[in-house]
Design a protein around this ligand. Structure first.
Ligand code: ZN
Length: 374
């Protein structure tokens, strides 16, 4: 996500915070310090409201982070790496490159988050009981009761059975396990997700009109976000189906010309790129392939230097390029390109480059298949 800062790593997983999360944090701390705590505990000092508001906001942040870490650990146990955890406007999200290969795997991964939130809620509940009735520390009781309720709500909200919420994933894994049909199960869970989103939007707007405008609009906004996420999940599902069983070999092109290392950028543009609308070239030095040049490399060099700079100077070295094997799944290749934000990758067979796979070509393949309904 653009606009995120990296806090560090936990269990090898980078933790990122998107700037929208700071807005939420500020709103939560503000409402706790100026409304929630003062209305319930009128005899605290002014700075105490703020200290507790900020501390509670940070603990909430930690609660969401632990929820996402629980999903991530269950994913890592199954051998599916987690790229990052990002906290943003609507909470947290663990970016996991692949989905579980078994219904049980997905079931456990989805369940881990809400169960963890329930355990945290229980822990704060216990802390509330002890601080309220045994230790008699009002501040501790105030913070723990709030966090207990929030974590309980977090668990319950995530258990709503609409994809891509955790509850929607549970529903899918259940249907998938029972019917053995991954596609049908996903479709039903996504439809449920869109129905939930619709209810949130309608309910939120009705609530807003009845006078609770801030809460109502917020609920409708969450509904809108869920609807987007469900729609996107559906597109991914369709792409996956379209590429299922297709190998890189079938979709790679062999039209990535090999040009000598001494070619200047001027030659490259006027003799190769413009006449043939080719966007990517392998650079050869002697008998050896040295690297690859794309429009992306070229655009980094000011036009005035094109006559004097050679392709060898701007090419990405072979060993630094992401590569795929001709027998790899096309879907894996597409995911790899999306993940690393590259538009093409050389295809290798043993030591040899046998072609090039392009992102836009794969997307075009998916679109054509959808258009023909095959
Ligand atoms: Zn979750």
């Amino acid at each position: 996500m653009v606009g995120s800062i990296r806090l560090g790593k936990i269990f090898g997983i980078p933790i990122l915070v998107h700037y929208t999360w700071f807005i939420v944090f500020a709103l939560i701390a503000l409402s706790l310090s100026t409304q929630y705590f003062p209305s319930r505990y009128p005899d605290w000092s002014h700075w105490m409201y703020w200290a507790m508001g900020i501390a509670t906001g940070l603990l909430l942040f930690l609660s969401v982070l632990i929820h996402e870490l629980a999903h991530s650990l269950l994913s890592t146990f199954q051998g599916i790496p987690v790229q990052r955890i990002t906290l943003f406007l609507f909470g947290g999200v663990a970016s996991i490159s692949k989905e579980s290969t078994t219904p049980l795997g997905e079931f456990l991964m989805a369940l881990a988050g809400p169960v963890t939130s329930l355990i945290i809620a229980g822990g704060f509940g216990l802390l509330w009981l002890v601080s309220r009735f045994v230790l008699n520390i009002q501040i501790l009781a105030a913070v723990s009761s709030y966090l207990g309720i929030i974590n309980l709500s977090l668990a319950l909200f995530n258990l709503i059975p609409g994809f891509p919420l955790d509850g929607g994933r549970l529903l899918r894994s259940f249907l998938w396990g029972v019917t053995g049909n991954y596609r049908k199960a996903t479709e039903i869970a996504i439809t449920a997700g869109r129905a939930v989103a619709f209810l949130f939007i309608v309910g939120g707007l009705a609530w807003a009109l009845s006078g609770h405008w801030l809460d109502g609009i917020w609920l409708a906004f969450i509904g809108w976000f869920l609807d987007n996420a469900a729609t996107q999940s559906y597109r991914q599902l369709v792409s996956k189906e379209a590429l299922r069983g297709v190998k890189v070999r079938e979709l790679m092109s062999q039209e990535c010309p090999i040009i000598p290392a001494s070619t200047t950028l001027n030659d490259l543009v006027y003799n190769y790129i413009l006449p043939h609308s080719t966007r990517c070239f392998f650079v050869r030095e002697g008998e050896k392939l040295k690297g690859m040049v794309t429009l992306h490399n070229l655009k980094l060099i000011p036009q005035a230097k094109w006559p004097s700079v050679t392709v060898a100077e701007i090419s990405t070295p072979m060993e630094k390029l992401l590569k795929v094997k001709a027998d790899d799944e096309a879907l894996d290749a597409l995911e790899l390109m999306v993940e690393n934000d590259v538009n093409q990758m050389p295809v290798v067979e043993g030591e040899e480059i046998v072609g090039l796979i392009r992102r836009d070509h794969l997307l075009q393949f998916i679109r054509t298949r959808l258009e023909l309904g095959i």
